[in-house]
Design a protein around this ligand. Structure first.
Ligand SMILES: Nc1nc2c(ncn2[C@@H]2O[C@H](COP(=O)(O)OP(=O)(O)OP(=O)(O)O)[C@@H](O)[C@H]2O)c(=O)[nH]1
Ligand SMILES: [Mg+2]
Length: 439
């Protein structure tokens, strides 16, 4: 993978940062210098690199790490966020059967290969891909796509005798009865000549594709941005597919240049084989560059702490309602740490066993019951007496005993929250828990 260098470079910088004893201006500067070196080697635009490093430095030095994150960890989190910003968002290409996709690009950029890759990709997603070869410029184009279509077993239309590409496309669309996802390969020329643009414009205006995707060779590095801009000026490009990202050490440059020119990158070609193709998602991509497992844990930790901080505020205010239980259930995933909070209460707080051992299944039933409650009942559960319990049970299909159980659960939780006491105690507790997580 061409991103190995970029990836190992970033990871080395992060490892060095982790080893640093103190995080001061000097360490941060050294760290940023490393990141700069790595990005410049990947052909990311110098200006972008400096903007990015300035933001990392500023945020790293000024920002208060969210909750329990250390300064170091926050610096890594910031690096991740800024890299995602540099490389674009994670928008998905929305298409379906009945749509037409037109691929455009200069000669040799990888259009024909990508038409087949897209065909396979969408076929795997359950759509009915159909390929049309509209390249009348290069004689071998017809056979190339026909073979690829056979390989991936999707319908193909082309006509090696016809000289007008527009005619071919029209006939192809007719043949496919406007059904399925029609993917059209167009011709390429040596460079961005006006004739190519004129032809593509003509096709575009007649066919009105639902999506026009520009195929760009990733080995161009940051020059990909210029091409993207030129194409967008002369025809309505919806997004970009970067090819040959496997062979290029300049992939980072191509990606960032597309983002910088507001060209959404939807896919990446990462090899000559049909399956060497992936959806581009900046968050996933940067996670992988930095080391996915590592980062995931870190981001989770930042979130967990945010939750605890919020919970702490609410607990302190003494306003614990059914709504809190409801949102807790909604955030089932985050209930784990909450349970830990309760388990680790070291200040002689007695936790009723049944509060801790409440089953997920039961929580789901509670949620259903709460869905039948009024806003007032959720805020002030004390008002829920017998007749209301019966109404809630009837409305939700949950047993009256279960509604009672929920109210009991609520009472116990509230009592427990009260007994935690003051904020200092709670903060101390949270630090302890942090230590338990190995922070
Ligand atoms: N390594 C690698 N090679 C690729 C990738 N995509 C395409 N290629 C190769 O690039 C060359 C050109 O690909 P084509 O699909 O024929 O390019 P094209 O844009 O259709 O070319 P023209 O029709 O001549 O304009 C072929 O040798 C492909 O195998 C990729 O993602 N990685
Ligand atoms: Mg071609």
């Amino acid at each position: 993978m061409a991103f190995e260098k970029l990836s190992s470079g970033l990871q080395n910088a992060i490892t060095a940062l982790r080893k640093a004893v103190v995080i001061d201006k000097k360490t941060v500067k050294e760290y940023i210098k490393e990141i700069q070196k790595v990005l410049l080697a990947a052909d990311v635009n110098v200006k972008l690199v400096f903007e990015l490093s300035k933001r990392i430095e500023e945020r790293g030095l000024l920002e208060k790490p969210p909750g329990m994150l250390t300064k170091k960890e926050n610096l890594i989190k910031i690096t991740y966020e800024e890299l995602v910003k540099l490389l674009g968002t994670g928008e998905k290409l929305e298409v379906g059967d009945g749509d037409k996709i037109l691929l455009v690009g200069v000669q040799g950029s990888g259009k024909t290969t990508t038409v087949a890759k897209l065909g396979r990709y969408f076929k795997k997603k359950g759509l009915h891909s159909k390929l049309i070869c509209a390249d009348t410029f290069r004689p071998a184009a017809y056979d190339q796509l026909k073979q690829l279509a056979e390989e991936i077993q999707v319908p193909f239309y082309g006509d090696s005798e016809e000289k007008d590409s527009l005619n071919i496309i029209k006939k192809g669309i007719e043949k496919f009865k406007k059904e399925g996802l029609i993917i059209i390969d167009s011709e390429g020329r040596h460079k961005l000549d006006s004739e190519l643009m004129r032809d593509i414009n003509r096709i575009y205006n007649e066919i009105k594709p639902d999506k026009t995707l520009l195929v760009l060779d990733g080995t161009m590095g940051q020059r990909a941005g210029e091409q993207a801009e030129a194409f967008r000026k002369s025809c309505n490009v919806d997004g970009v597919i970067l090819t040959k990202m496997d062979g290029s050490a300049k992939g980072g440059g191509a990606l960032s240049a597309c983002t910088a020119t507001n060209s959404k990158v939807y896919f990446m070609g990462v090899g000559e084989h049909i399956d060497d193709f992936e959806e581009f998602n900046a968050e996933r991509f940067v996670s992988r560059l930095i080391g996915f497992g590592d980062l995931q844990g870190l981001l989770e930790k930042a979130k967990e702490v945010e939750f605890d901080e919020e919970a702490a505020k609410r607990l302190m205010s003494g306003k614990f309602t059914l709504e809190d239980i409801y949102s807790q259930i909604e955030q089932m995933r985050r209930l784990g740490p909450m349970k830990k909070v309760m388990e680790m209460l070291p200040f002689g707080v007695k936790i009723p066993k049944d509060v801790l051992q409440i089953q997920e299944e039961k929580l789901k039933r509670f949620k259903i019951a709460m869905d039948s409650m009024t806003k007032e009942e959720m805020k002030n559960p004390e008002i829920i007496k017998r007749s209301r319990i019966e109404r809630i049970a009837k409305g939700s299909g949950v047993k009256t005993e279960e509604v009672r159980e929920l109210l009991n659960y609520y009472k116990k939780m509230k009592k427990m929250m009260k007994s935690i006491g003051d904020e200092r105690k709670l903060r101390r507790l949270m630090r302890k828990i942090g230590a338990g997580f190995g922070i």
